[in-house]
Design a protein around this ligand. Structure first.
Ligand code: SAM
Ligand code: SF4
Length: 327
């Protein structure tokens, strides 16, 4: 059996900047209001940067901003600029639902953000409205275009695969990559927290192999073009002759725990070892209540402990909403 994970193997910190969101995606949030985290318990930008500094001291080199919806956090470009000013940051990226990207893309680029991933589970406006409980697909495409105009190259589109909801559209999503320089990533639906997706989880779940099968039945075999050498989960594929790429995030059918190189910071300051499992360390008391040398020492310990909590194989049901952890 492998021993505790080496802190040096961890390269990425996903930072959730808020648990709030302007959408209520059926697979992510229940329809009734979640109890939002009280504002005073959210880490301030200065506190997030302090955690980022501790992460950098451990060799973590990339940060991904997420949420909830990161762009509903007031003044987010300021946080991007603060993180960008830290030494040794290789990559600063963000996952967003895209609704506010039209407004913020130029400021995010100016602040030093490198990459953007936009979530989009259907290409049909009405269905999009239903899945997100109110979202406007044209605004999201406007956001994607604004990001390209602002200088963000090669967008990634995240699509959560759900039987009976968007499974007729996988080939259509894949077809986007034939002519567009973008990556479509199909995410296996994960059973986290309390969602209101109708039907049992097992009935909605579709595995990577079935998604691939549907795409290949229409376009022929996918060609493996690049393994994500950043130890990330994605193996990248291409349709024959395509400009863009296709990826799969298959945490359910092919758990990638052994190579998982990330930790997660929740908006309230819990450092989490895994999306599914509860192994986490509370950083807020360290940051807010400790002074002097104790603080960096305890932050250091928190990172080491959290990495040791990383499971060899994740459990199959998460105890928190995805919107609270940040995906
Ligand atoms: N609001 C942003 C967005 O939607 O991109 C960032 C946060 S969201 C929690 C991050 C990612 O998690 C999104 O791509 C979303 O589709 C995905 N996600 C949320 N709930 C999920 C679930 N139950 N299974 C799989 N992916 C999920
Ligand atoms: Fe909001 Fe993203 Fe969750 Fe949708 S997936 S409800 S956009 S946090």
């Amino acid at each position: 059996m492998a021993g505790p994970r080496d802190i040096r193997a961890v390269r990425t910190l996903r930072i959730s900047v808020t648990d709030r969101c302007n959408f209520r995606c059926v697979y992510c949030m229940p329809e009734d209001k979640l109890d939002w985290v009280p504002r005073e318990t959210l880490l301030s930008f200065e506190e997030i940067v302090e955690v980022a500094r501790a992460a950098l001291a451990h060799g973590i080199r990339s940060f991904k901003l997420t949420g909830g919806e990161p762009l509903v956090r007031h003044d987010l470009p300021r946080l991007v600029a603060m993180l960008r000013a830290l030494p040794d940051v290789d990559e600063l990226s963000m996952t967003t639902n895209g609704a506010l990207l039209g407004e913020f893309a130029p400021a995010l680029k100016a602040a030093g953000l490198d990459r953007i991933t936009v979530s989009m589970d259907t290409l049909d406006g009405d269905k999009f409205h239903d899945i997100t409980r109110g979202g406007d697909l044209t605004a999201v495409w406007r956001g994607v275009r604004a990001a390209q105009v602002a200088g963000f190259g090669h967008p990634k589109i995240n699509c959560v695969a759900m039987r009976g909801i968007n499974d007729e559209e996988f080939a259509e999503f894949a077809a986007l990559t034939l002519t567009k320089d973008l990556t479509v990533r199909f995410i296996e639906y994960m059973p986290l927290g309390r969602t209101a997706l109708g039907g049992e989880y097992e009935e909605r779940f579709i595995s990577e192999s079935e998604i691939r099968g549907r795409i290949e039945a229409r376009f022929g075999r996918l060609v493996a073009t690049m393994k994500d050498t950043g130890h990330g989960p994605a193996i990248v594929w291409r349709l024959p002759g395509a400009v863009g790429r296709i990826g799969f995030i298959s945490a359910m059918s092919k758990p990638f725990c052994e190579t998982c190189n990330r930790l997660r910071l929740t908006a309230e300051g819990q450092l989490r070892s895994c999306l599914f499992d509860g192994g986490e360390v509370e950083l807020r008391p360290i940051i807010r209540d400790m002074a002097g040398e104790t603080r960096p020492t305890m932050l250091h310990r928190a990172f080491v402990d959290c990495v040791a909590f990383k499971p060899e194989v994740h459990s199959y049901f998460g105890n928190r909403q995805m919107s609270q952890i940040g995906g």
